[in-house]
Design a protein around this ligand. Structure first.
Ligand code: FAD
Length: 408
């Protein structure tokens, strides 16, 4: 008989245990939200595959990636975050309570934070697996350029990233050989990058080629290129091979529910909000410019903080604002505006004189803009009158005690 699935309830489920997910979990845990982080492979994510992180602030000794992410994990555990090592198989993101399914468990949660990162596209050539990451095949010039000072490197690809990163590598490497799949002079990058690359004396191009295999003992020693027209095999001795033939975001699970870019990245705003309320995305999985540990951490902090705000505002909205027990007044004001602040005394008077017959809420929109958005109000100060749990009237002009009382 099939085993029945367990159901567990959480405030926040974080999917993905890289730097973005770990940071989001630290923030959510610290806000005393019941939080679980689900990771399918290694806690620490892509950062664990690098031997030296030299550009993450606060770590001048350039430690291994996992040393940094282990500290993040420790910190998340200290904040009371639960961890589960398993793959998320499906999600249902709509509604106030979302569902995250793993093989054995159904997680019910108010917030989902997606931090599933991505993976570099690889060539699929022979022996590639053997040299991935710290054995001579790299996907990150920012990370590994300095270690190749004075060396010979190969770049695979001719798109914007390949050529711009190739140009960057010429500042460190003695020689940058670029393998391009197209005919001589044809590249996929923008014209400015193309001109600069062709004019750079440190860059050499081998046209009409793809990688046939990678060779070396412990570390990569040479890349064997194959000419697509003649089938000639061209060995290129090198220290590192940088593959820039694309990056694949891990968004297959969300493709039919969230807005994605053409390349499959999740579109968010600066609060890491996706198109669905209560669903946030952070780190490499979202559409952004610089994919690094430091930016993943920044995104994660925003997502964790935004999750806290969302949960708090949802509670206030349901229990205090859209309540249906008695007529309600919602005063939306900006605390830094003097006139707005002064009118608080009028609201207080109305509340006092109603002797408990009115439900009065004061919302400082500087702190809780989300509530104003939910009420669809963007002029402040405003008063929203609630009757039978519904918006009855919105007063945005000439606020006065008389006007408010006349609407009740
Ligand atoms: C070789 C290499 C070297 C790098 N070096 C540096 C460097 O020196 N400095 C720097 O700042 N950046 C570096 N980077 C970039 C950095 O590692 C990434 O930008 C960063 O790890 C992104 O963090 P993230 O949390 O968004 O995603 P990731 O680190 O990719 O983590 C995502 C996690 O989600 C998990 N996941 C995916 N799908 C599921 C699922 N369905 N269920 C459960 N879990 C799932 C994955 O297993 C993964 O662990 C390097 C990248 C590479 C590839």
């Amino acid at each position: 008989m099939p085993r029945e699935k367990k159901v567990e309830n959480y405030d926040v489920v974080v999917i993905g245990g890289g730097p973005a997910g770990l940071t989001a979990a630290i923030y959510a845990g610290r806000a005393k939200l019941k939080t679980i982080l689900i990771e399918k492979a290694l806690i620490g994510g892509l950062a664990t595959y690098t031997n030296e992180i030299a550009n993450y602030p606060g770590f001048p000794e350039a430690p291994k990636g996992e040393e940094i992410t282990n500290l993040m994990k420790k910190q998340a555990e200290k904040m009371g975050v639960d961890f589960k090592l398993t793959a998320v198989k499906s999600v249902d993101l709509e509604g106030d309570i979302k569902t995250v399914e793993t093989f054995r468990t159904t997680y019910k949660t108010k917030v989902v934070i997606i931090a599933t990162g991505g993976r570099p596209r690889t060539t699929g050539a022979k022996n590639e697996e053997k040299f991935l990451f710290d054995k001579g095949i790299s996907f990150c010039a920012t990370c590994d350029a300095a270690a190749n000072t004075g060396k010979h490197v190969v770049v695979i690809g001719s798109g914007d990233t390949a050529i711009e990163e190739g140009l960057f590598l010429t500042k460190f490497a003695r020689k940058v050989t670029v393998s391009v799949i197209h005919d001589c002079g044809k590249m996929d990058c923008n014209e400015i990058a193309k001109e600069a690359a062709l004019a750079n004396p440190k860059m050499e191009f081998i046209w009409n080629t793809v990688v046939d295999s990678f060779e070396g003992e412990e570390r990569l020693e040479r890349v064997i290129l194959r000419n697509l027209k003649t089938n000639e095999l061209i060995p290129v001795e090198c220290d590192t091979c940088f593959e820039f033939i694309g990056y694949i975001p891990n968004t297959e699970l969300f493709a039919d529910q969230l807005n994605l870019t053409k390349a499959g990245y999740i579109i968010t705003n600066e609060k890491m909000e996706t198109g669905i309320e209560g669903v946030f995305a952070c780190g490499d999985v979202r559409d952004k410019w610089l994919k690094q540990v430091s930016t993943a951490v920044g995104d994660g902090a925003i997502a964790g903080f935004a999750a806290e705000k969302y949960i708090e505002e949802t509670k206030t909205f349901k229990e205090l604002i859209m309540q249906d027990k008695k007529p309600g007044i919602v005063y939306l004001y900006n605390a830094i505006d003097v006139a707005s602040r002064d009118f608080l005394s009028t609201i207080e008077k109305i509340e006092k004189e109603s002797s408990g017959k009115l439900a009065v809420a004061r919302i400082d929109v500087y702190k809780s803009k989300g509530i104003a958005d939910r009420l669809n109000v963007n002029t402040f100060p405003s008063v929203v009158i609630i009757k039978d749990g519904k918006i009855y009237q919105v007063i945005t002009e000439d606020l006065s005690e008389e006007k408010i009382l006349s609407c009740l």
